[in-house]
Design a protein around this ligand. Structure first.
Ligand code: ADP
Ligand code: ASP
Ligand code: MG
Length: 404
C-alpha cells in the first residue's frame, strides 16, 4: 500500500465528463489499496476569466480581493470532484486551503506555502477517506485566502505530498510527460522517461509551464518523487528524480522558451564605476526583477546597456528609469517582441561546445542573437519573437533531440 497525491490540471477537469473521468482514475488508485489525496485546478479558462474580471473592475485592484475572486475556481472543481467520487461509491470530501489549513506568507497573489497542518487529512486517509483539496490556495497570516501564483496547483500537490509524507506525487495534465521541448510547438519533441530535479527546475523557470517552478523547488528540497503524466491516457509519464537515478545522460535534455520578457536598452550611458548600481538599484527598489544583462564596449567614455525585465513590468520599469535615475543617458529603447530561448542539460558541466552549437545553428537560420546569458547547466539567448518556432525546431534537430 502506498500513499499517493494525485493532481489534475485545468484541462483534465475542463467539464463534467472530464471530472467524471478523473473520478474514475482516483477510484482505480483507491481500489489498488492505496491511500489517496487529490488536488485540483480550476476548469481550464476559468482562472483567466476571473483575473480578467478583476482587471476590468480596476486595473490596480487590491491583491487580497484578487485572491478572494481567483481562488473560487478551485473551490468549484474540488466540490464537483468530491460529488463525482461519491457517485462512484468513494468516501470523498472537499477541502479548501483554510480548512486544512495550508498556511502561506502574506504575499497575496503569489504567496508561498509556509506549512501544511496535515494531521487531520492523514487521520481521514487512514480511515479510507479521500480528501479533495482545492489547489492554488492557502490562508495567509491575515487569516484571508491567498493564492500561490499562476500554475500554483502544482505547488499545492508537491507541498501536500511532502506534508502528508506521500510515497509519490502524480501530476496529471494534458500531455503525457515532460518533453524535450513544448510538444505543441515542436511536433518531433520526445518524451523524457526521467529528468533530474535540477534540469526540471531550469526548464520550468526558463518557461516550460508544464510544472510551476516553485513546485520543482519544493520537490527538490523535500525529495518528493514527482511523476508527470496524462489524464487522458494510461501511458507511462516522466519521473523527476535525482541525477544518479538516470543512467543515460544526454548533453542537452531540453529546450525551453519564454515570451514573458521585454528588452530595454539605455543608449550612451557613461562608462564609470557606480553606473550599474545607479541603474539597477532603483529597479530593485521598485521590486522589478532584471534577468539578462549585456553592456557594450565603451566608446568616448559611454556605452549602451541592454537588459530584460518581465513583460508585465516593462511600463513600470520605464517609469522608474525616467523618474528615478540619476545616471545620465541619451535615449531609452524598449522592445516587447522578443523571446528567450534556452538549452538545458547537466551534461554541459563536463562538455564544451554546447553554446557554440546554439550560436551556429541560429546563425545558419539568419537569426540574430540580441543578449546571451549562461549558467552551469543552461545557455539562454534573446531573439526576435517572430523566430520562436524556427529557432526551437532548428535547435531541437541540432542537439539530436528529434523523435525517430
Ligand atoms: P495543467 O493545466 O494540467 O497544469 P499546463 O497548461 O499548466 O497544464 O501545462 C501543460 C502544458 O505545458 C502542455 O500542454 C504543453 O503545451 C506545455 N509545455 C511546455 N513545455 C513543455 C515540455 N517541455 N514538456 C511538456 N509540456 C510542455
Ligand atoms: N488555476 C490556477 C491557474 O490557472 C492554478 C493552476 O491551474 O495551477 O493558474
Ligand atoms: Mg499548470
Amino acid at each position: 500500500m502506498a500513499r499517493i497525491v494525485m493532481k489534475f490540471g485545468g484541462t483534465s477537469v475542463g467539464d463534467i465528463a472530464r471530472i467524471q473521468n478523473v473520478a474514475r482514475k482516483v477510484k482505480a488508485e483507491v481500489d489498488r489499496g492505496n491511500q489517496v489525496a487529490v488536488t485540483v485546478s480550476a476548469m481550464s479558462g476559468v482562472t483567466n476569466q476571473l483575473v480578467d474580471y478583476c482587471t476590468q473592475m480596476s486595473p490596480l485592484h487590491d491583491a487580497r480581493e484578487y485572491d478572494a475572486v481567483v481562488a473560487t475556481g478551485e473551490q468549484v472543481t474540488s466540490g464537483l470532484l468530491a460529488i463525482a467520487l461519491q457517485e462512484l461509491g468513494v468516501n470523498a470530501r472537499s477541502w479548501q486551503g483554510w480548512q486544512i489549513p495550508i498556511i502561506t506568507d502574506d504575499a497575496h497573489g503569489k504567496a508561498r506555502i509556509v506549512d501544511i497542518k496535515g494531521e487531520e487529512l492523514i487521520r481521514r486517509m487512514e480511515r479510507g477517506e479521500v480528501p479533495v483539496v482545492a489547489g492554488f490556495q492557502g490562508v495567509g497570516p491575515d487569516n484571508r485566502t491567498a493564492t500561490l501564483g499562476r500554475g500554483g496547483s502544482d505547488t499545492t500537490a508537491v507541498a501536500l505530498a511532502a506534508g502528508l509524507k506521500a510515497d509519490r506525487c502524480d501530476i496529471y495534465t494534458d500531455v503525457d510527460g515532460v518533453y524535450t521541448t513544448d510538444p505543441r510547438i515542436v511536433k518531433t519533441a520526445k518524451k523524457l522517461n526521467k529528468i533530474t530535479y535540477e534540469e526540471m527546475l531550469e526548464m520550468a523557470s526558463l518557461g516550460a509551464k508544464v510544472l510551476q517552478t516553485r513546485s520543482v523547488e519544493m520537490a527538490m528540497k523535500h525529495r518528493v518523487r514527482v511523476q508527470v503524466l496524462s489524464s487522458f491516457s494510461d501511458a507511462p509519464g516522466t519521473l523527476v528524480c535525482d541525477e544518479d537515478e538516470i543512467v543515460e545522460k544526454e548533453l542537452v535534455s531540453g529546450i525551453a522558451y519564454s515570451r514573458d520578457e521585454a528588452k530595454i536598452t539605455l543608449v550612451s550611458v557613461s562608462d564609470q564605476p557606480g553606473v550599474a548600481a545607479g541603474i539597477f538599484g532603483p529597479l530593485a527598489d521598485a521590486n522589478i526583477n532584471v534577468d539578462m544583462i549585456v553592456q557594450n564596449v565603451s566608446r568616448d567614455g559611454t556605452t549602451d546597456l541592454t537588459f530584460t525585465v518581465g513583460k508585465a513590468d516593462l511600463d513600470r520599469a520605464l517609469n522608474v528609469i525616467k523618474e528615478k535615475l540619476h545616471v545620465p543617458y541619451k535615449t531609452i529603447m524598449a522592445d516587447k517582441n522578443v523571446v528567450k530561448v534556452s538549452v538545458i542539460g547537466v551534461g554541459m558541466r563536463s562538455h564544451a561546445g554546447v553554446a557554440q552549437t546554439m550560436f551556429k545553428t541560429l546563425a545558419d537560420k539568419g537569426i540574430n542573437i540580441q543578449v546571451i546569458s549562461t549558467s552551469e547547466i543552461k545557455v539562454s539567448v534573446l531573439i526576435a519573437e517572430d523566430y520562436t518556432e524556427l529557432a526551437l525546431r532548428a535547435l531541437h534537430t541540432a542537439y539530436n533531440l528529434d523523435a525517430a
